[in-house]
Write a protein that binds this ligand. Structure first.
Ligand SMILES: C[S@@+](CC[C@H](N)C(=O)[O-])C[C@H]1O[C@@H](n2cnc3c(N)ncnc32)[C@H](O)[C@@H]1O
Length: 226
């Protein structure tokens, strides 16, 4: 199974939903969770990159906070909607098609990169590879903001591991039914906060950790080129 193909198929089939559409107030709950955190990290004119932007709700939110914002995603359908919303709003947000595993950006292109709970789609190697890419793509003193759930905190209650769990890679199997479309594979890697921190900190120093909700953490890493 190629997780990138499966994830892209799933998000193209899911399309745009009222709870993810930046044009719909019902999608804003996800952005509002960070209203005490994200605006403090964004300075006017900062170049911000939204990794796995889908229909762009965080990209637009970062623009509203003063950033020059770009979103990247490999699912064409939600990205097309993001571009349409940008056109209607006369927003300066840019939306690019691409894979987080191989970002199409030059050195020193951004001052902030946000990974909002999309780490689960990335293998352990891919998150490390992303960190190495960001070391180049982020400016000196640029920040990598990772919002993450911890699979062990999630399971401290009654949740158990899914039927399919590959101990060699941490890949868990799952399916999601999309109404009127069918059943799609929804693979997801088993991440803990400590492990994500360990991998990213090998290359970028950790500066800040915030517990936003019981199982929602924000880690901020700073790029130090010199
Ligand atoms: C849960 S959605 C989150 C979207 C967005 N952050 C939001 O809250 O509206 C995850 C998104 O990440 C994208 N994605 C996952 N893996 C990716 C990859 N390797 N490269 C690019 N996009 C990816 C998916 O296509 C999907 O649109």
């Amino acid at each position: 199974m190629n997780i990138f193909d499966e994830t892209r198929k799933h998000y193209n089939a899911a399309g745009v939903h009222p709870t993810t559409d930046p044009d719909n107030p019902r999608s804003q709950f996800a952005v509002e969770r960070y209203e005490n955190y994200l605006p403090k990290l964004i300075k006017p004119g900062m170049r911000a990159l939204d990794l796995g932007c889908n229909a762009g709700r965080y990209t637009f939110a970062m623009e509203d906070m003063g950033a020059i914002a770009t979103g990247i995603d490999f699912a064409e359908i939600p990205l097309r909607h993001a571009k349409e919303v940008a056109r209607k709003r006369k927003s300066r947000c840019q939306f690019d098609i691409g894979n987080i595993a191989a970002l199409p950006y030059k050195e020193n292109s951004f001052d902030l990169a946000l990974l909002p709970q999309n780490n689960g789609y990335l293998s352990y190697q891919t998150l490390e590879n992303l960190t190495l890419q960001l070391k180049e793509i982020l400016s000196d003193n640029g920040i990598f903001v990772v919002i993450i759930h911890d699979e062990l905190v999630k399971r401290a209650g009654e949740e158990t591991l899914p039927e399919r769990y590959d101990v060699q890679t941490g890949l868990m199997g799952g399916n999601r039914t999309i109404p009127d479309k069918g059943v799609y594979a929804a693979p997801w890697y088993f991440w803990t906060v400590a492990f994500a921190r360990y991998i990213i900190e090998k290359h970028l120093p950790l500066e800040q950790v915030e517990q936003i909700q019981e199982n929602r953490f924000m880690l901020v890493f700073r790029n130090k080129k010199r």
